[in-house]
Design a protein around this ligand. Sequence first.
Ligand code: SF4
Length: 346
Amino acid sequence: MKDILNYTKEELADMLQEAGFPSYRGKQIYEWLYTKLIDKPDEMNNLPLALRLWLKNNFNCKFPVIIKEQISKIDGTTKFLLQLKDKKTVETVLMFHGGKNSRKRKTLCISSQIGCPIGCVFCATGKMGLDRNLTTGEVIGQILTVIQRHGDIDNIVYMGMGEPLLNYDSVIKSIRIIIDEPGLNISVRKITISTCGLVPEIKKLAEEAIPLTLAISLHASNNELRNVLVPINRKYPIEDLLDSVKFFIDKTNRKVTFEYILAKDLNDSIYHAKQLAELLRSLLCNINIIPANPVEGTEMRKPNAKTVNNFCHILQSKGIETVVRSEKGSDIDAACGQLMAKTNLK
Ligand code: SF4
């Protein structure tokens, strides 16, 4: 049976017409799914009975099911284990930001693949290998299930399990659907795709005319180290990666974010900071420094606060906007590189 979340509003309208229903019903179905968050055709009570039956007979409308929900005692970060229609599972993480004098903002980190073939050394998901790509509907379903439970989301980041640009078509289609109205109507500027650096796909993304935020998992300041930490670097070395980033910036005029996991005695020296500053100095970019989370089976260790400060100071002194990103949900293995750690490493 087809997953209704795989289809755009226009595709749905075409299918309705082919089945003998007026195409405007597509908009109503969209509103039930994306605005009212109803995934049972029987409850879509402004649709005629025949249409509800057609939906039930031809489509699976169910959102993914939460089978486990863990809440961090440190910061409230919530990790969901979601079951898909084929019973496979995927992890999705809800993070909370700000809130002392303002409303807490919610960022949802969604997955694009079950497992990942890239094999970054600091990443538990990478140790699983790739099971399969998620469909468009499975990517969107994560968002709908969490909104159903926790209300509206402010930001969406494609930074969970998997390399989103390896599942390019499904990811791009999911973005086109979630920014659509009626529907979730999420601002495209609130959407980030995080990639380990697939050069052809970054260039392709630049041509899509979708003004989202691109984040690059850089993690090293030279090819020698990056070849080890992020193995795709052997195929797309830093020079080629930065060329594609420049191309993206030229095409979109959007600032690019670099992610840099700072690990003790690995990539946290003054030498690395200077090398990194030299690489990024001419780019419209900012950098997030993420003190390493422990991942079982790796030697990643967190640097001390002084090292983090010194590292950031060097970048800032070269004019590079630098933020230390507070890790979220590390006590429930929800932080960067920890997804599926327990499942995989048991
Ligand atoms: S960091 Fe991202 S690209 Fe690298 S192995 Fe993990 S999920 Fe894959």
